[in-house]
Design a binder for this molecule. Sequence first.
Ligand code: SF4
Length: 412
Amino acid sequence: MKDERPLLIFRKTRVNRYTLPALLGCIEQEGLNRDYQVRLADSLEEIKEKGESGKTVVGFSFMTPQVMQVKEEVESLRKFLGPETILIAGGAQATGDPEGTQRLGFDFVFSGESETTFPAFLRQYLNGKLPSAGIISAEKNSSLFPIYPPYSLEHFFFSPIEITRGCLYNCYFCQTPRIFGCSLRHRKMDILFPQLQKAVFYGYRQCSFISPNAFSYGATERGRLEIAIIEKLLIQCQEAGCERIHFGCFPSEVRPDWVTMEVLQLIKKYCVNNTIVLGAQSGSNSLLHSLNRGHTAEQAETATQLIHQAGFRPHVDFVFGFPGETMEDRKLSLRLMEKMIQEEGAKIHAHTFFPLPQTPFFYQNPTPLDNETKNTLIDWERRKKLDGWWKEQEIMGWKIVEWRDQGLIGRR
Ligand code: SF4
C-alpha cells in the first residue's frame, strides 16, 4: 500500500553532518517521524528521486560559504518538483542573514534555534495551515535543545554531542554569540545520561563534543572553570558505556584563558585524545584587542606550554587576513607560531578570515595575504607542522565579499 504521509527530505552535506542528527532527534522525540516519511539525501539527484510534487518538504541547513551551491540546488528543485514543494532553510546562514537566505528561493527560513519553531511548523503543514510570514524567528535562548537526544535512532545517525550553546565572549569575526546569545546553556547529565545509555545500546561508542569552548562546560561566568561538572560529564560518559572519550579537541576548541593544569589532568585521566585544540588566533596583542578576543598572546603561549607539559600535542588555531591586520601583526603571529612549533611541538591550524553576516566585521574586507607569509605557511605545511583550509578560505573570503557587494547576501 502506498505511504500517503508527506515526505520530509533533508539535504545532507559534509557541513551539516553534525547538526542534522540533533534535528532528527528533536523530530523523533516530538513523534513527527510517525506523521512524515523522513528521508536523508546525499545529493540533489537523490532529492529529485525521493521527492513527490505536492507532498514534499525539503530542508537545507548550511553556512555562508555554501550559499551559491544551495542557490543552484534550490533553483533546480523548484523547476523539477514544482511550486507545490516546500523548500525550507535553517542553520547559521539562515540565522545570520534570513532575508538573504529567503532571496535564494526558499519558502520558509528558520532564523535562530529551531527546536521549537520547526516542530510547530511541521504540525501546521500537516493541518494545511502554513505560516503567513516566510521568515520564522525563534526567540533568543528559547530553545530546549538539552532535552532532545543529540542523535537519530531511526536513521542510525550519530555525531559529536553538542554540550553547550552560547558564548560569554564577543569576538568581532564570530557568529556564535549572535546565533546562540551571550550566556551559556549546557546539556545536563541527568538528561544526557539515559540518552547516552540508549545510544551505546545501539552501537555508539566513540564520544566527542561540540562546544564554542569545551572548558566552559557547566560554567556561567568568564574564566570560572567548573571542574567538578566537567569531571561528572566524563565519568558519566564512561558509565554510560562510551569507550573512547575525546574532550577539548575537534570539533571543539578551548580558549587560552581557560586552560589550567587541573583541567588538562582531568582529560588525561578520562579521555583518549592526544591533542588539545587551542584558539590563539593571533600573536599580536593590538590585533587581539581590535578583534575583542579578551585574551593576550602571552596567555596563548602559556596555555600551549601547559598543554605540552600535560602530555598533549597543542593544535593551535591562527587566523590571517583580519581587517586592519598589518605586516607587524603577521610577523608577531608567525614568530609565536614558530616558537610553539619548536618549543612545544605544536601543530598550527591556519585559517583565513572571511566576513560573516551579522558579525561586526561583515562589512569589512579581508586584508590580502602577502607572499612572504604565504610561503612560510606553505613551508610549514610541507613539513607537517601546519594544516588547515587557509588557502581555500582566502578564495572563499573574496567570494563572500562579492556576494555581499552584489546584494546576494546581507540586508539590501
Ligand atoms: S570565537 Fe570563540 S570565544 Fe570568540 S565569540 Fe566565537 S565562540 Fe566565543
